[in-house]
Design a protein around this ligand. Sequence first.
Ligand code: DLL
Length: 433
Amino acid sequence: MIWDEEFETLPREALEAIQTKRLRTLVERVYALVPPYRKKMQEAGVKPDDIKSLDDLKRLPFTTKDDLRDNYPFGMFTVPLERIVRIHASSGTTGKPTVVGYTKRDIETWAELMARTLSCAGVHSGDVVHNAYGYGLFTGGLGFHYGAERIGATVIPISGGNTKRQIMVMKDFGSTVLTCTPSYALNIAEVMQEMGISPSDLKLRVGVFGAEPWSERMREEIEKKLNIDAIDIYGLSEIIGPGVSVECIENKKGLHIFEDHFIAEIIDPDTGEVLPYGEKGELVFTTLTKEAFPLIRYRTRDITRLIPEPCVCGRTFVRMEKITGRTDDMLIIRGVNVFPSQIEHVLMSIEGVEPHYQIIVDREGALDVMEVQVEVSERLFSDEIKVLESLAKKIERELKEALSVSCRVKLVEPKTIQRSEGKAKRVIDKRKL
Ligand code: DLL
């Protein structure tokens, strides 16, 4: 079902007219109200009046995480704190968190976007939504909560953790929709198995999973283990939280970006040049309707490509391909660029390998070394040492072929790699410790 048929199926021309109008208003507002934006625009030699069409967007300077850091915590808000009704923040790996604020109207907008998102994923009133995203400063919990209430579903605000209890609740309350990170979904599936609960004991139909990268193979694994449709949802705190883009249940190929609220561009991360549809690069967003904390050309560091072809579901919004990595999660191993997603892709295509792994990077003397720790199935682990050795060698060979750099593979016992309850930590880079 399409939640907002009028906007979600707009012909391109009508959509672009709305975007242009909203963009011009936005630029005027931030120029007048946010000194850091005014300063950057002045330095770039552009004035609000210069922005007449969507094509002029590229004349505006980018906004980066550093800009947010420099104006920590509230320096980029357009309204005084009295008008902010909610604050969220994302933790990041180092230093201060990224802080975002919402006015009453922003919370409304976000709830609408999440209602669209959930509808797009095939969720409707009458569903029981088991929301295991973390509640708190993280945008996942409350973002989903408001959207699910908006469509009239029953929300279970369980948050993350205490997996056995989660499973009991899903069974007893008849949950039909599971929302959490994909790695937590796998964790839940595993604990279910240990408890002797099969998917047929539950009423789950759909899962809406995001907040971290996951491969197609991981999707297959989750769909099989939980007997559900697994839908990918994308978002980031800076832009609004979850509710920026989502796959449709009809197609599950590419995530529809809610373009009446966000303009997406793909740029070359090195030169900043805007790339045409279909080319891979860094995703950049401009928010068109946010009040408290609008962003102009925000560099997400996420890597993807845009798909303009129409979709069977009837939505006319452009889609983005599943995120394949971040410009800053790229590891440089002895000069070769390696993305954790490439490693996941290789591992998941090998029989007997479980979807639990960790990448450990270290330096020995002057040399970078990468070790991939992978869990193998119980059956394999009890096999002869020879079998395990040959499997490790096979994985090493396949990784070398895919990455063009060699690494060590260590097969570890089932259930020894730490399970995630939120975003999984796949890489430990000891060079940075
Ligand atoms: O993760 C918001 C969210 C909550 C999205 C719940 C989906 C579901 P942050 O904590 O600010 O916000 O992290 C944002 O997470 O820039 C991506 O690198 C990554 N990310 C989010 N969704 C996906 C996804 C939330 N579906 C950062 N696939 C983003 C891959 C994702 N990466």
